[in-house]
Structures are given as C-alpha cells and as structure tokens.
Write a new protein. Structure first.
Length: 94
C-alpha cells in the first residue's frame, strides 16, 4: 500500500470566498492528486468545516486518491485537471 503526504492548497475566489484543494503526494512516485475542493464563504459556518473534514477522511479511506483524481507530475497540473473535471461535471448536470 502506498504512503501519501497530505497537504492543502488555497485559492482566493473573491473577498468573501475561497477554495481549499485537498491534495496528496504519493511518496513512492512523487506524483500528485487532488481528492476534493472545499469551498468556503464568509461568514464561515463551523458545522460546514467539520462536515468537510469528516468527508475528507471518509473519501480517503474509501478510495485511493489516485483513482479519484488521477496522478500528475505537478500539483498545479493536478489542480488544473480537477478544476476541468469539476466544470464538466457541473455542466453535465444542468
């Protein structure tokens, strides 16, 4: 079983909104994946923060991060691919 290093990458969307990308680095390959992107607004809802943290751990336990988000040579490429997948998924539901 591979070992992963977890880390977050943040992006400001506006003065009141931000997104936190939940990223992993596979320690054996050095490649990156994004498990999820969590969106936050001001004022911050503490219950939402707890729910997102719970979901983060559950997703990791249920599915290998590489299976969920792919594997990329850079964290920037992983985030770009995640954003593209997210946009295409939301466009397909409308």
């Amino acid at each position: 079983m591979p070992l992963y290093q977890a880390f977050d990458v943040w992006k400001r969307i506006s003065k009141t909104r931000a997104v936190r990308y939940r990223c992993f680095r596979d320690l054996s390959s050095g490649r990156f994946s994004v498990q999820s992107a969590d969106f936050y607004g001001v004022p911050l809802d503490p219950k939402r923060v707890v729910d997102l943290d719970k979901q983060y751990v559950e997703l990791f336990a249920e599915q290998d991060p590489d299976e969920r988000g792919g594997r990329f040579d850079s964290v920037e490429a992983a985030i770009e691919a995640h954003d593209k997948d997210f946009v295409s998924e939301t466009e397909g539901t409308g």
